[in-house]
Ligand binder design. Sequence first.
Ligand SMILES: Cc1ncc(COP(=O)(O)O)c(C=O)c1O
Length: 372
Amino acid sequence: MQQLNRRSWLRGFATLGAGTLVVSPTEILKALPSESQHLAFEGEVRLSSNENPYSPSAKMQEAINKIGPELCRYPNRHFATLEKMIAEREGVDAENVVVTSGSREGLNVTGLLYGMNGGEILTCMPTYKALLTYAERFGAYINIAPLDADLGMDLDALDRRIHSNTRLVFVCNPNNPTGTLLDRDRLKTFCRQASKRTMVFVDEAYFDYIDEENYPSMSSLVKEGHNIIVSRTFSKVYGLAGVRVGFLIARSDIATRLRQRLMSGTNIMGVRLAIAGMEDQEFYRFCLQKNREAREIIYAAIDEVNLPYKRSHTNFVFFHTGRDIRGVIGEFREKGVLVGRPFPPFSDWCRISTGKIEEVQTFASALKQVFT
Ligand SMILES: Cc1ncc(COP(=O)(O)O)c(C=O)c1O
């Protein structure tokens, strides 16, 4: 495993800070570790990557214990079981479901398919960038509108910007990093109308955490035959970020095109654990409850230091520190807490993920020290 020395990391970070600015902001952002590169040192709490620390559940552990003899087998025959379970839950057919290696693979393959050779992809920023950055590597042009005043995706602005070369509109709902949720009717109307002119991609990685009752997945529009692709993941409430399972839902002709372009798909451990996760409703409810508790602790802590924040429909909270986030990251790290990376242009906001209750309590006391 890569050995990191905490002091030298902090020193390196400080030389990139605003006080000794000898490189451009873009270079600083490039130099910052991405979410996946954040390594927690012993004793640090990792609240930087929107993970669920409660897994594996007892049922997942049971599946892990049994999997040994199957590790030498290809996973294909288990795909059908998982696809069928997902299809039944979403009310679509199995042919509409594409199982991927984390939803990231689904985002990448969609970005590649629609963005290559100058295809234009439209979105609001800041949002989860994986599809966009991957597509850009294959020649896509990314057309960016700002978020609306409420830090949500600005559907009116997206609607106005669609034109003949727009190949895809990327909507993240709830949005990462702001945690905001779109009005359900407005989103449905947008998806129905925009998908007549271009492909609409809705990233629903945080769908399970939505607090509004009966909030619809846009997979309901796939059934109606629209040009919509929905992505979901087992990395969040199911706590399976490490084994890489996600899926896309799309009309069967679109699903086939996406499936044909996958590069890895998931593995036997991923499929078996996703199945075990879907069968374990008790664990699912437990994780949602713990997430709500952790979020309340975070809200109370931020209230105590009088900073503004967005109420969140996810497993993280976005709050306004009013200070350059690069310095704030370093200050929290000094107190043993890893918080989210910078999300320009919101460079004085901080994203904190929910973790175990004791971990968010550690964050709460660090917050008090950093901001009072
Ligand atoms: C909005 C969003 N979509 C997709 C992903 C990718 O998740 P995964 O590849 O683990 O499914 C993330 C990860 O944090 C995310 O925040």
